[in-house]
Design a protein around this ligand. Structure first.
Ligand code: ZN
Length: 242
C-alpha cells in the first residue's frame, strides 16, 4: 500500500474523566496513549476522536480519510448514536479496517459486524495473562514470539459469543484457569476487522511493548487504501452468451 496509513483512534473517554485510578494511568486519555505509540511508526499517521465530540468525532469526512479505525469503549456503548454506527459500518463494508479493543467487544459496531451478543465472562482480580500465538506467521503476530505475558490484568473467559473467526491469532490463558480467544480476525464486506482483548483501563496495558506491537501490526494488517467499489445487481455478460 502506497503512502501513509491513516489511523483514527476512537475512545469513549469517560473513565479517564471520572475515575482517579484510570486518570492516574491515562492522564490524557487512552486514545492519546495509543495515538502516541502509533505516531512513532514512520508509515502511520494518527488522529483521534471521542464520544463527546459532535458526531462522536466520526464525521463523513473523518471516516472517508480513515484507513483503520481503532475503537475503545466501555461504560457508554449505549450513548453511541445508531446513525454513526451505520456510518462506520458502511465505511467498513467499503474497505476501512476496524480494530475493536478490550471492552469494545460490546460496542454496537462490533456486535453489528459480527451479528452476535459478544458476551463473555470477566473477573477483575489483577491476575496474570499469557497470550499464546496460535497462528504463527500471521502478520498481526509478527515479532512477539511464541507467547507474551501481561502481569496484571482483568480476566475475560470463554464462552465468548462471537462467530467462528476467519483467523484466530491469539488465545489467552489466565492465572485463574480460564482461556479466551484474545485475537480474532474477520472479513466483512471489503473491510477487515480485528478484535484484540488486552486493555483494561485500570492497568497500564497500552504501555506494554508487545501489546503495542500487536496493535501496530493490526493497523498495518487492516489497512487497505485501494479497494475497488463492490459491484452488485444484474450485469450484462462479459462474453457473448447468445
Ligand atoms: Zn475491562
Amino acid at each position: 500500500m502506497a503512502g501513509q496509513i491513516r489511523a483514527t483512534v476512537w475512545n469513549e473517554f469517560r473513565h479517564e474523566k471520572v475515575h482517579d485510578s484510570v486518570k492516574a494511568v491515562y492522564p490524557d486519555g487512552i486514545h492519546r496513549t495509543i495515538a502516541d505509540f502509533l505516531s512513532a511508526e514512520p508509515d502511520i499517521e494518527v488522529k483521534t476522536a471521542t464520544l463527546d465530540e459532535p458526531e462522536h468525532g466520526l464525521t463523513e469526512e473523518v471516516l472517508a480519510s480513515t484507513d483503520v479505525l481503532l475503537w475503545w469503549g466501555h461504560m457508554a456503548h449505549h450513548e453511541v448514536k445508531d446513525e454513526i454506527v451505520e456510518r462506520v459500518h458502511a465505511r467498513v463494508m467499503k474497505g476501512m479496517g476496524l480494530i475493536a479493543l478490550h471492552s469494545g467487544h460490546f460496542s454496537k459496531i462490533f456486535r453489528k459486524l459480527t451479528g452476535c451478543t459478544a458476551n463473555l465472562k470477566w473477573r477483575e482480580a489483577g491476575e496474570k495473562e499469557r497470550l499464546w500465538v496460535v497462528l504463527p506467521g500471521h502478520p498481526i503476530a509478527a515479532g512477539v514470539g511464541p507467547y507474551f505475558e501481561i502481569p496484571h490484568t482483568e480476566m475475560y473467559g470463554e464462552f465468548f459469543d462471537i462467530p467462528q473467526p476467519d483467523e484466530l491469532v491469539f488465545i489467552s490463558w489466565f492465572e485463574g484457569g480460564e482461556v479466551f480467544r484474545s485475537g480474532v480476525c474477520y472479513h466483512r464486506g471489503a473491510g477487515k476487522v480485528f478484535y484484540f482483548r488486552p486493555g483494561h483501563e485500570t492497568f497500564p496495558i497500552y504501555q506494554h511493548p508487545d501489546v503495542q506491537r500487536v496493535i501496530v501490526n493490526g493497523v498495518r494488517w487492516a489497512a487497505q487504501r485501494e479497494v475497488a467499489n463492490l459491484a452488485f445487481g444484474n450485469p450484462d455478460p462479459l462474453e457473448d452468451i447468445g
